[in-house]
Design a protein around this ligand. Structure first.
Ligand code: NAD
Ligand code: ZN
Ligand code: ZN
Length: 388
């Protein structure tokens, strides 16, 4: 089959690889009909999340059930499903408590120098050996473990593009406002107007926010946030002080109730760069996190959606303590929200596919990664067709 394979930082190619097969009774094999490139994939592409061997990428995908393992009774060949991006068993301590992205029953995790995370648990499709080493869904077929827990049936009257972002970025954006305890009437500020930030803005309105402000360093990304999520936009200039001041000015000097971080690890810095920066006590990429902590009000909440694949980094601990902030974050518990969010899509309460700017055949995946990373051609979200 055809699949997007990462070989080295900056090198993703469409290769011919072996078809996946059933390995466990709870597996299904899915014929992928649509898949997307995520900002999280860029961390692998840039080398920020290292991957030592070639691997099939992709954790945002949907498709048609091709084959089912012996224990699968909820799905049959021909069913059309969308799949949440964390690989979760559904029955361990963390799955039982609503934290599928911390599931204990995934593959072991391997990192550079024996692993940067000490704790076992937490695996994703196509997200390096650090997250379980599972092949991903930027491919014609993918093996879906624990298929009696993850995949959700999709109604026939909705197109692939209408529901594809239920895999990750919409539940992730929604997790931001859920972690932010948005109940109605709040001012929500979002740093990062990429697909995740824009989905967080859509989710903030759904949860009754009074104002939604969004910050980015790139104007066309802000234009998309205005168009697709009706957010008030702020262009980050130089060190970002203007953005912090604008958010304070919008909130009687107090700061936003919730500041969502939707940027993450500086995409151009590798793991090694970061290690050197820490050793040399340089100030690192938490500048966005620091800005969130400045722009949020005292006792406010900072949900961190951006991925930080590093052990230690400079961190404004004094700000955290003095303001009495709540910090939350992690890979989003997509399973927890996906059914509610699918219902919103069915009822027409939210539209997700209006952020798609590029549709490419999987064979052009290299162009898709390059364009999305360099933010060329006003690219916001790339959807790949494995069969075109
Ligand atoms: P993206 O790269 O398209 O978007 C990031 C945006 O941040 C870009 O528009 C960029 O211009 C902007 N940015 C860069 N520096 C900034 C600054 N100083 N201030 C404000 N904005 C700035 O990626 P995306 O797909 O939107 O993903 C965003 C982050 O969310 C990534 O780190 C990704 O790994 C992470 N993510 C996390 C989860 C999760 O479960 N927690 C899920 C999906 C994605
Ligand atoms: Zn993703
Ligand atoms: Zn589990």
């Amino acid at each position: 089959m055809k699949a997007a394979v990462i070989h080295a930082p900056g090198k993703v190619t469409c290769d011919n690889v072996d078809d996946p097969g059933i390995q466990d009774d709870r597996d299904v094999i899915l014929k992928v009909t649509a898949t997307a490139i995520c900002g999280s994939d860029l961390h692998i592409y840039s080398g920020g999340v290292p991957q030592p061997r070639p691997m099939v990428l992709g954790h945002e995908f949907m498709g048609i059930v091709e084959e089912t393992g012996k224990a699968i009774t909820n799905l049959k060949k021909g069913d059309r499903v969308v799949v949440p991006f964390p690989i979760a068993c559904g029955h361990c301590f963390f799955c039982d408590h609503g934290y599928p992205s911390n599931c204990e029953h995934s593959n072991p995790r391997y990192g550079p120098e024996g692993g940067i995370f000490e704790e076992k648990g937490g695996a994703l499709f196509g997200y390096t050996d650090l997250y379980g080493g599972y092949d991903g869904g930027q491919a014609q077929y993918v093996r879906v473990p624990y298929a009696d827990f993850g995949p959700r049936l999709v109604p026939d009257n909705l197109t692939d593009e209408q529901v594809l972002f239920l895999t990750d970025i919409f539940p992730t954006g929604y997790s931001g406002v859920d972690w932010g305890e948005v109940k109605g009437g709040e001012t929500v500020a979002i740093f990062g107007s990429g697909p995740v930030g824009i989905m967080a803005a859509k989710a903030a309105w759904l949860r009754g926010a009074a104002r939604v402000l969004i910050v980015d360093t790139i104007q066309y990304r802000l234009d998309m946030a205005k168009k697709a999520a009706n957010a008030e936009t702020i262009l980050w200039e130089e060190d970002g002080k203007n953005a912090i001041e604008a958010i304070r000015a919008a909130t009687k000097g107090r700061g936003a109730d919730v500041c969502i971080e939707a940027v993450g690890f500086e995409p151009d810095r590798t793991f090694l760069d970061r290690a050197k920066a820490v050793i040399n006590l340089e100030k690192g990429s938490p500048k966005v996190l620091e800005a969130c902590m400045s722009a949020v009000r005292r006792n406010g909440i900072v949900p961190v959606l951006g991925v930080y694949p590093v052990t230690y980094d400079n961190f404004p601990v004094g700000q955290f303590f003095d303001k009495g902030l709540t910090l939350r974050g992690g890979q989003a518990p997509a399973h927890r929200h996906i059914d509610t969010l699918l219902q919103y899509v069915r009822e027409g309460k939210v539209i997700l596919d209006d952020i798609i700017t590029h549709r490419l055949p999987l064979t052009k995946v290299a162009d898709g990664y390059s364009m999305f990373k360099k933010k060329e051609d006003n690219c916001v979200k790339v959807v790949l067709d494995p069969w075109a």
